[in-house]
Design a protein around this ligand. Structure first.
Ligand SMILES: [Zn+2]
Length: 171
């Protein structure tokens, strides 16, 4: 039962009326837009829990029109805002992932090698299929890679030779 400030109980017919009103509001199927004045189906209005009927007073069509107008009047400002947001978030995310990779290095390595072993054949088949379909591109890429990593390859080969020489000597 609803009581007022002095503590006197509100008459039952008032609370009943209020409850009835609330129920009607919550279950109504139509609503009149406060902007265009048209009566539309309730789901043509966006959800707003603060309202008794759970919907905002302006219909979706009016809202999009409003936003469109706002967008064209403030286009440059909005574009800058969006760009700034993406820039900032991208940086945060890349820092987050870098941090994660550093902290879970061993685990990620393990996961990758496990995944590779489990899918070895599929990966090989996929790579071969890709190579056959894009032979020229692959050859060019390989050439570029060799040019870029010339020093690394030389060093690797030297190490390989040395290792095998030692092995031969032992045998
Ligand atoms: Zn409207």
């Amino acid at each position: 039962m609803i009581k007022d400030k002095e503590g006197t109980p509100t008459p039952k017919w008032v609370t009943d009326y209020y409850e009835d009103f609330r129920l009607k509001e919550r279950t109504k199927c139509f609503k009149t837009c406060s902007k265009c004045g048209e009566t539309k189906l309730i789901f043509k209005f966006s959800v707003d829990k603060r309202n008794l009927d759970g919907r905002i007073s302006v219909c979706k069509a009016c809202r999009s029109l409003e936003y469109l107008k706002y967008y064209y009047n403030n286009r440059d400002k909005i574009l800058i805002q969006v760009r700034e947001y993406h820039k900032n978030n991208k940086r945060d995310r890349s820092i987050y992932f870098k941090d994660y990779r550093e902290k879970h290095k061993e685990y990620l390595k393990e996961l990758a090698s496990k995944w590779y072993l489990e899918n070895k054949e599929t990966i090989k088949k996929r790579n071969l299929k890709y190579y056959q379909a894009n032979e020229e591109v692959c050859k060019q890429r390989r050439k570029l890679w060799i040019e870029k990593n010339r020093e690394r390859i030389k060093k690797y080969n030297r190490q390989y030779k040395r290792k095998h020489k030692v092995l031969k000597a032992v045998i």
